[in-house]
Ligand binder design. Structure first.
Ligand code: SAM
Length: 918
């Protein structure tokens, strides 16, 4: 169940007559417990309670319906029950149908309310359904509630008006919903006079059978689009006359109003009767946008980008600096005035704004700083100088655009109430401004200069010829001449394999020939490139939440040289962290935040999650595209190892259509004697066999044994099949290989042993899953190999420091490690090693192999599961890391960031030395 579904179920339960016997089960059912679970509780099978008539569900809740008036005493008994602790109950709850009390035993939070109101606290109990909410949600149930109700209305209206479901009419429906939301908010916050004016008027003036609901609504909207002086001439009905002139584009276009069934009408009234003063425009906006997306409705109420995450972008981008200026200004009226003027000219531009949450939060934060200035200057009543039109957005989805605009209007009103009082807020709120500063369009096609023209100079606006972008946005009257612009947001990211043809074309057009392989760039690169191009035109900076892949592996040499050319640099960055939505069972994605600006000598800041919700912050002169402190560096592939390391090569690509490969039980059918088996059969490891176990064999015929092999009819047949296959290939190289159809494409093999490194492996392990196979055993091209290489090479490959390098430099294939010999091994910087160092490392590698052996037949996958890695193996790795890291810096590194920074410094030094003329 998603949060909206749970809210609805809880509300239904609270509205129904109280049934003491059924309540505990109905309550658990509302939080997603299945009938079978409830059955077992009812029968007592799974009820662990030691309190009479109570129900205790392991790891969840201990609850009891109490006799009337004994709710608190019952709650105390549940708290004191030994079983509450031993069954690890997270909640205790008691109610008598009149009052309701509950406690979260994990964080100590409590709820005490009248029984009919307990549904308002459903967010408090969401952990019962496995949903861990951020505080904003559990304390503001309204946004989920309103989303659920509006969702029902939206779906019902689509049912009643199927023609509105077409793409052509969807925008009208979206706009209609935006009007409704505005009216609900306005009637509850005093913007409309009287109590509940909008909902009450619909209820009174429209027929109960709903036949004319649309006509009543149309008349109300017409009134809100007509100035008071013009109402008589427009023959506005008297019952609509009490509504103010709202306009501002919201009611301007005469779109018709959808027809309502009786159910839809009752939903409408139901939504209207919610208390819309409780709306949080950023939370509500994020949630409600899913209503208009058919495929997203299933996750309704689950999408929410938390304010702390948004502030991770906005604070370092510009808010921190403004707050510093505020502190600096103290009570100096002139300095405060200057700061206020500066703030009023700051523009915030989110070119993938969704429902506008970044813009709303930026607006609220700026209003907070302005209010503090006004307070210090004794001008608390002053009208805000921060125009909403300074908060620009581009968004692909029409409904989200509508909501973004509305969210900003609501945020403006709420800030006015907060800082200037309701009387002034209401007096100045209407009519709304006409300008539309949220552009509905494709940000990679729209010319950003037209949406957000530079402020310091006249720039000839140009449409992008390729896409013929309309330029009407530029006609908006801007009030921030000479101000700064901050571009921000969390644009969409999409790996190159997942992009549509159109998206690939968009990226290519933005790249405009500046990199040779735009097809490999993530979709979000387009936003970075356009932002960099923009800030070269005008004062400002940009910061985006991004997939961490843009700062790893192949993306770095493709993307960052373009960005860093022309004087752009990374101003601040937040290293990888989990960006999760509302629900904890949504594992979230790993993201980074990268802030870019024109080069300057400003201090650069690198942020990192420091556990327990803390953030650490370090400074330096520059940040690398891999998000470490240090001079800019871009690691590129090389053919030979930079350090004194053995050569690493690909395993053997079969190119055989499977004819040279064998399962164990295929071997007897070949009819080879034992001596021939030893000569013609080799064990071959793919990465899967190497990591997860399993056996595969291949036919291995040296040229000098070919005649003998051809005497065997089974081998002969297989060889012939390979020959035909290679000849039939359109690839000339494969045709040439037909001459030696008895062999794999490559025939690399270690005489004594091979060090094996799977090319792709899980990112969950703390070490790369490399190892060793014996002589006469071969590997396929899903692995890299060092054939007969000294064992100290293995010690390096399976050290943590190498993992860190591969993570940064090779990047990932989807989420898995994607090893590369040319990019990861040949570039890996190792200090000069003495013979003693090599011997020590070889010893460490042997110890690790022995530690693995001790758990035979456990596979690499079993041994390196981070949750269950055996202690002896972990200890052997620790010794290996200790030995190697001492060679680097004389001690263990403190963390992976320190490892990476050392590696980059060493790489810079070594590659400079290598390319210096002799
Ligand atoms: C990750 S969401 C971020 C929205 C919002 N900040 C939030 O946290 O909910 C990315 C947004 O980009 C929009 N989007 C996707 N492709 C786009 C494009 N080419 N141009 C403009 N917006 C786009 C999506 O519709 C979505 O609203």
């Amino acid at each position: 169940m998603n949060a909206v579904e749970i809210e609805e179920a809880v509300s239904r339960l609270a509205e129904a007559p109280f049934d003491a016997a059924e309540f505990p089960y109905a309550f658990l059912e509302a939080f997603g417990n299945k009938e079978t679970t409830l059955k077992r509780l009812r029968s007592g099978d799974s009820n662990l309670s030691d309190v009479s008539d109570a129900i205790l569900q392991r790891n969840n809740i201990h609850l009891k319906v109490s006799p009337e008036g004994e709710v608190s005493a019952t709650l105390a008994a549940l708290r004191a029950s030994p079983r509450t602790a031993s069954a690890k109950a997270k909640f205790i709850l008691s109610t008598d149908g009149k009052s309701f009390e509950a406690e979260n035993l994990v964080d100590g939070g409590t709820v005490a309310c009248a029984y009919p109101d307990f549904h308002d606290h459903f967010g408090f109990f969401l952990p019962l359904a496995g949903i861990t909410t951020v505080r904003q949600i559990s304390e503001n149930a309204f946004d989920i509630k309103a989303t659920g109700r509006l969702n029902r209305l939206y779906i019902e209206l689509l049912k009643d008006n199927p023609e509105w479901a077409t793409t052509a009419r969807r925008e009208d429906l979206n706009h209609f919903m935006a009007r409704l939301i505005f009216c609900f908010f306005a009637e509850d916050t005093g913007i409309f006079h009287g109590q509940n004016l909008f909902t009450a008027t619909i209820e009174q003036m429209s027929a109960r059978d709903s036949s004319d609901t649309h006509l009543v609504l149309s008349e109300l909207f017409r009134a809100m689009d007509t100035k008071l002086a013009e109402r008589e001439a427009a023959k506005i009905k008297t019952w609509a006359n009490g509504f103010p002139y709202v306009n501002g584009g919201l009611f301007t276009d005469r779109i018709d109003t959808p027809r309502f069934s009786k159910i839809a009408r009752s939903y409408l009234l139901h939504v209207g009767n919610l208390d819309w003063t409780k709306i949080n425009p950023d939370i509500f906006g994020s949630m409600i946008q899913a209503v208009a997306e058919d495929e997203e409705r299933g996750a309704l109420g689950m999408h929410y980008t938390s304010v702390p995450n948004i502030l991770k972008v906005l604070n370092p981008l510009f808010l921190d600096e403004l707050r510093d200026r505020l502190v600096e200004a103290g009570d100096n009226p002139r300095k405060l005035l200057n700061l206020r003027q500066r703030i009023s000219r700051i523009r915030v531009f989110d070119p993938a704004c969704g429902s506008g949450n970044f813009l709303v939060i930026a607006y609220k934060e700026l209003r907070g700083i302005e209010a503090e200035i006004n307070k210090r200057r004794d001008e608390a009543d002053l009208h805000s100088g921060i125009p909403l039109t300074n908060f620009r957005g581009i968004e692909l989805r029409h409904f989200s655009c509508e909501i973004a605009r509305l969210a900003l209007i609501i945020a403006e009103y709420q800030c006015d109430v907060l800082y200037r009082g309701q009387r002034l807020a209401i007096a100045e709120f209407l009519p709304l401004q006409k300008a539309n500063w949220i552009t509905c369009g494709n940000a990679l096609r729209v010319d950003w200069l037209s949406v957000c023209p530079p402020t310091n100079k006249a720039v000839k606006l140009r449409a992008d010829d390729l896409f013929e972008t309309p330029l009407d946005q530029a006609e908006i009257d801007f009030k921030n001449e000479g101000g700064e612009t901050y571009i921000c947001g969390n644009p969409p990211y999409l790996g190159s394999t997942w992009q549509s043809k159109e998206q690939k074309a968009e990226i290519k057009s933005v790249v405009d020939g500046r990199t040779h392989a735009p097809g490999f760039l993530d979709y979000i690169s387009g936003w970075f490139l356009k932002a960099a191009d923009w800030i070269k035109q005008s004062p400002g900076a940009a910061a985006f939440v991004s997939t961490n892949s843009v700062c790893q592996g192949q993306s770095v040499p493709l993307l960052w040289p373009i960005l860093l050319d022309d004087g752009i640099e990374i101003q601040f960055a937040h290293r990888s962290f989990k960006w999760s939505n509302l629900a904890s069972h949504n594992a979230g994605v790993t993201v980074v935040i990268v802030g870019i600006a024109l080069s300057s000598n400003k201090t650069k800041w690198l942020y990192e999650d420091a556990g327990a919700g803390g953030i650490s912050k370090r400074s330096g002169n520059s940040i690398t595209p891999y998000l470490t402190l240090g001079p800019t560096i871009i690691v590129t592939k090389t053919k030979k190892p930079l350090s004194e390391l053995s050569e690493m090569e690909f395993g053997n690509k079969p190119s055989d259509g499977g004819n040279l490969l064998l399962a164990r039980n295929d071997i007897p059918s070949l009819g080879l004697n034992l001596d021939q088996q030893t000569r013609f059969i080799r064990k071959i490891f793919g990465s899967d066999e190497f990591i997860n176990g399993g056996e595969k064999y291949c036919i291995w015929i040296l040229d000098e044994h070919l005649d003998e092999a051809l005497n065997n009819p089974m081998l002969k047949e297989r060889i012939e099949k390979v020959r035909q296959l290679r000849l039939a290939s359109p690839d000339k190289g494969a045709n040439a290989l037909a001459k030696r159809a008895h062999q794999l494409k490559l025939m690399r093999i270690g005489r004594s042993h091979t060090i094996v490194i799977p090319a792709v492996s899980s990112e969950r392990r703390q070490y790369l899953p490399a190892g060793i196979v014996s002589g006469k055993t071969t590997i396929n091209n899903r692995n890299f190999g060092i054939y007969d290489g000294p064992l100290w090479n293995l010690a390096i490959i399976i050290a943590r420091i190498h993992w860190v390098w591969i993570d940064a430099v090779c990047g990932k294939l989807e989420t898995r490690f994607n090893y590369s010999n040319t990019l990861g091994w040949n570039t890996f910087p190792v200090p000069p090693l003495t013979e003693q160092n090599k011997a020590d490392l070889a010893r460490c590698a042997e110890d690790i192999l022995l530690a693995r052996e001790a758990h035979f037949p456990a596979t690499i996958a079993d041994l390196y599961d981070p949750e269950t890695m055996p202690a002896n193996l972990r200890a052997a790795h620790e010794r290996n890391d200790e030995t190697l890291e001492r060679i680097y810096i004389g001690r263990r590194f403190k963390n992976d960031t320190e490892r990476l920074e050392k590696l980059f410094a060493l790489y810079t030094e070594m590659s400079a030395r290598q390319s210096a003329p002799a």
